[in-house]
Design a protein around this ligand. Structure first.
Ligand SMILES: [Zn+2]
Ligand SMILES: [Zn+2]
Length: 193
């Protein structure tokens, strides 16, 4: 019998976010604490995946665009792919969690992205914050599962109770469910246990 898909969670933080994780520097409302990172990883595990939380690293400096004060996705995905290849496990997906505000060329910002049917997914907390820490962590779990669903071939789902429902805002993210619906789960098959 096939094993549940293995997910490596890689925190890739801004220099400020990395200091916050170490308990130094000014408080950033959207940066993670260690407990929050563990909680997001646990949420992914509860969905039926096999999860490993990798040590946090600082974002590759070349991804920063000083003119926009944002971070570009392409160099981050290059960096993440190297980390994934270093793990040497062909079936593993890698989920990047970041506090950075991310953009793709041609877009103002992106809260999450994934390679459809690929290996890499990313969730940014920068636009998910609203001052409520527990909600922020819950949103990160949902959006993480959503992007991982894309890597496993799932497209957007019309069921509002399904985590694959498309969030266009924080309100959407809060309304939608935190698990895969029966139909999406059937598509995932043995990827989840
Ligand atoms: Zn999506
Ligand atoms: Zn669904």
């Amino acid at each position: 019998m096939a094993m549940a898909t293995r997910i490596a969670v890689l925190p890739l933080l801004t220099p400020e976010g990395a200091r916050r994780l170490e308990g130094q520097g000014a408080h950033l409302s959207y940066a993670f604490s260690k407990a929050e990172l563990s909680s997001v990883a646990a949420g992914i595990r509860e969905a039926g995946f096999s999860v490993v939380l990798l040590p946090a690293e600082t974002l590759p400096a070349e991804a920063f665009n000083p003119a926009r004060r944002q971070w570009q996705s392409t160099p981050i995905f290059h960096f993440a792919r190297k980390r994934l290849e270093a793990l040497g496990e062909l079936q593993t997906r890698l989920l990047v969690l970041t506090d950075a505000d991310i953009y793709e060329p041609g877009l103002s910002f992106t809260g999450g992205m994934a390679e459809l049917g690929g290996k890499l997914a990313l969730v940014s907390l920068a636009r998910l914050q609203s001052g409520d820490r527990a909600k922020l962590v819950f949103r990160a779990k949902k959006e993480g599962l959503h992007e991982l669903g894309h890597t496993l071939g799932l497209e957007h789902c019309r069921d509002r109770d399904c985590v694959m429902f498309l969030s266009r805002s924080i309100a959407d993210s809060d309304i939608k469910g935190s698990a895969f619906c029966t139909k999406c789960r059937a598509v995932l098959g043995r990827a989840v246990k």
